[in-house]
Design a protein around this ligand. Structure first.
Ligand SMILES: NC(=O)c1ccc[n+]([C@@H]2O[C@H](COP(=O)([O-])OP(=O)(O)OC[C@H]3O[C@@H](n4cnc5c(N)ncnc54)[C@H](O)[C@@H]3O)[C@@H](O)[C@H]2O)c1
Length: 264
């Protein structure tokens, strides 16, 4: 018989408090001044977490943080800048002493254009925010999660990272990178009580779609079997599970929230 792992951290169902509770925990959600990130921050705070709302847009982040319970607060952070991320994480640790959850949500779509029309800046900007941003934040929080032997990291990828949307090659490449990065980091941390997973939404109505043409949005929505865009809250519920203690035997996975667009 295989030795049983120590699963004492898994909540006992028979003495269950409310499932997926995040009571007493601290979460960082990047890009949470609006859109999917805001919905995730609201969901995690509703489940009991104090949320550090990370965003470039400080006024927006403060607006969201002030609407949340559990001493949530805003921090101005540019995820593409390693020093800014380090300072943000230090600010959270000095305020709360712990980081239980990191949700890497900040991202941009970039310009909808063919590869031969994309500029160096278009390409670099996508990589810097969507991919290097995830690396910067994961690298900054893992030492403290490892020292406590607990953590949940959720990376917001995209169905574009699996399917490859035409006219969104830089974006699609970064999101495929986020999925692979998630699988690698999950395996690196698999025996340390830290689970790392990704969520891949299909089209969700937020202001990110303003960066694209209406034709591009129609192209993406038409490919969703449910024949509708998702709601930010629908993504947030998936993130809540992946951010919870109950997500204890799930790591290195990519969860699609795509109305059935990709089934692999
Ligand atoms: N909306 C969709 O259809 C959709 C689909 C799939 C995946 N996603 C992904 O979901 C995530 C959130 O998307 P959204 O639709 O809510 O976007 P959004 O544009 O509504 O919000 C993005 C937030 O990220 C912040 N941000 C941008 N660059 C940043 C930086 N360098 N540092 C810190 N914050 C930064 C913005 O200020 C903004 O508050 C992104 O990673 C996106 O790629 C969105």
């Amino acid at each position: 018989m295989l030795p049983m792992e120590d699963v004492s951290e898994v909540p006992n169902q028979r003495h269950a408090r409310q499932a997926f509770s995040l009571e007493g925990q601290t979460a960082i959600v990047t890009g949470a001044a609006t859109g999917i990130g805001e919905a995730i921050a609201v969901r995690l705070a509703s489940a009991g977490a104090g949320v550090a709302v990370f965003d470039l847009n400080l006024a927006g982040a403060e607006h969201v943080a002030h609407s949340l319970p559990n001493h949530s607060f805003a921090v101005e952070v540019d995820v593409s800048d390693a020093a800014s991320v380090r300072q943000g994480v230090e600010a959270v640790l000095s305020r709360t002493g712990q980081i239980d959850i990191l949700v890497n949500n900040a991202g941009i779509a970039g310009r909808a254009a063919f590869v031969w029309e994309q500029t160096d800046e278009d390409w670099q900007r996508n990589i810097a925010i969507n991919l290097t941003g995830v690396f910067n934040c994961c690298r900054a929080v893992t030492p403290s999660m490892r020292s406590r032997g607990y953590g949940r990291i959720v990376n917001v990828a995209s169905i574009a990272g699996k399917e490859g949307n035409p006219r969104m090659a830089p974006y699609s490449a970064t999101k495929a990178g986020v999925i692979a990065f998630t699988k690698s980091l999950g395996k690196e941390l698999a025996t340390e009580g830290i689970c790392v997973n990704a969520v891949s939404p299909a089209v969700v109505h937020t202001q990110i779609l303003d960066q694209l043409t209406p034709e591009q949005v129609t192209y993406m929505t038409d490919r969703i079997p449910m024949r509708r865009a998702g709601k930010a809250e629908e993504i947030a519920y998936v993130v809540q599970f992946l951010a919870s203690r109950e997500c204890s035997f799930v790591t290195s996975q990519c969860y699609d929230a795509s109305g059935g667009r990709a089934t692999y």
